[in-house]
Design a protein around this ligand. Structure first.
Ligand SMILES: [Zn+2]
Length: 138
């Protein structure tokens, strides 16, 4: 409360006020005027409140600025999205499988045609190799 009292200022000239205990008033030695204790303390409290509110707002703004993620370059953003997608896929395996199955059903003809074209272009040696691989996989 003492430190608080030190902050009381004259409403007219903003000089520091002295507290006159016996008169329950604050006194400005510049203006040579005494002010009621309640008035001065209410004033100080209001000013202090406004000051504190502005300070809080500034601190909050600083905090918000600090929490903002740094700007990423397009390559960094691409890489980050790739990682995010990989994590999401890890955590949503069923949805990924369902999506793939659905996608396959929708594009089945394309897949089959592409596979057929691929096999048509394979050499005999490659076909043999693939058949052996398939047998081994079973
Ligand atoms: Zn004054």
């Amino acid at each position: 409360m003492v430190a608080y009292a030190l902050m009381h200022k004259c409403p007219k000239c903003f000089a520091l006020l002295a507290y006159l205990e016996r008169r329950i008033k604050y006194y400005c030695s510049k203006c040579r005027k005494a002010y009621p204790k309640l008035l001065i303390e209410a004033n100080t409290f209001r000013i202090y409140n406004r000051f504190q509110r502005n300070l809080d707002r500034e601190n909050l703004q600083v905090e918000i600025e600090q929490q903002k993620r740094p700007k990423l370059s397009p390559e960094e953003r691409k890489e980050r999205n790739k990682q995010k997608r990989a994590i999401w896929m890890q955590n949503n395996k069923e949805r990924v499988i369902a999506f793939r199955e659905n996608y396959y059903e929708l594009h089945k003809d394309e897949f089959v045609a592409r596979k057929r074209a691929y096999r048509a272009n394979m050499s005999e040696e490659q076909k043999k190799q693939e058949n052996e691989n398939r047998k081994r996989a079973i």
